[in-house]
Design a protein around this ligand. Structure first.
Ligand code: ZN
Length: 253
């Protein structure tokens, strides 16, 4: 064997061993798993492969939603952002805030005053200015590329259901009226029309009326961005995972 052929034999043996090692590894959701802060809020970014699917778990106390998102990425390519918190509220500039009320200044202002009634007005104004200056970068990082699918997973308690959303929804699909806490909330009518033929409850809020609450669904509706909330009762992991899988299978990506 010449030195050159010895070298190439060694390389091919090495690449064969690497291929065997890669094949033996189970497909893990956390092919990429890194901690990133946006607006000072800690997120885990999980990525598996390359696709236009983006997942979000924004409320830290919604543990079932976190599990559903992580389990989905075991078998589906996409990127997930998970707020790294055990509580629904997070700290922003020394104040408590609901992270799903940060997406407009008016919604954030109402939420900050409600949760921090003793705050000095100047402190709240400074926090809102800070939020205005970091919000766009956070949205750009979290949202899918153009045309992609954006799914946010939420869990709810007995005080909330699709009937809570019905008055501000333009269309409602109720194939599971006995399970009103499990439902989709769409901002894009084309997506809703697909769900309307499907087995799960769904509402369409492409033009929500009433007060701007600063939620991501309302921001997406106003910006004309495809977005789906997947709501399920706390603890209903199999159902929530089935609902998300159904969306990924049924909607264009
Ligand atoms: Zn939530």
């Amino acid at each position: 064997m010449t030195p050159a052929s010895r070298k190439s034999a060694a390389i091919s043996r090495r690449s064969l061993l690497a291929a065997i090692a890669a094949a033996a590894l189970p497909l893990r959701a956390a092919a990429v798993r890194e901690r990133v802060q946006w607006c000072g809020i800690p997120f885990w970014r999980l990525a598996n492969g390359d696709s236009r699917l983006r997942l979000l778990r924004i409320h830290g106390d919604e543990e079932t939603a976190r599990q559903a998102v992580e389990l989905l990425l075991d078998s589906v390519e996409g990127e997930a952002w998970i707020v790294d918190s055990r509580t629904r509220l997070v700290e922003f500039r020394g104040f408590q805030i609901d992270p799903n009320r940060m997406f407009s200044r008016a919604g954030a202002e109402r939420n900050l005053w409600r949760l921090n009634p003793e705050a000095a007005p100047g402190g709240i104004a400074a926090a809102l200015d800070a939020l205005d200056s970091c919000r766009d970068a956070m949205l750009r990082a979290l949202m899918p590329p153009p045309g992609g699918l954006w799914i946010a997973a939420h869990n709810n308690g007995p005080g909330y259901s699709m009937e809570t959303e019905a008055p501000i929804s333009r269309k409602i699909h109720r194939p599971q009226p006995d399970m009103p806490r499990d439902f989709f909330l769409f901002t894009e009518e084309k997506d809703y029309q697909i769900a309307e033929k499907g087995p799960y409850n769904a509402v369409l809020q492409d033009r929500p009326g009433g007060e701007d609450d600063g939620s991501l669904s309302r921001w997406c509706a106003a910006a004309g961005i495809r977005y789906v909330n997947v709501e399920a009762a706390h603890g209903k992991l199999d159902k929530q995972l089935d609902m998300i899988r159904w969306l990924v299978r049924s909607l264009p990506l």
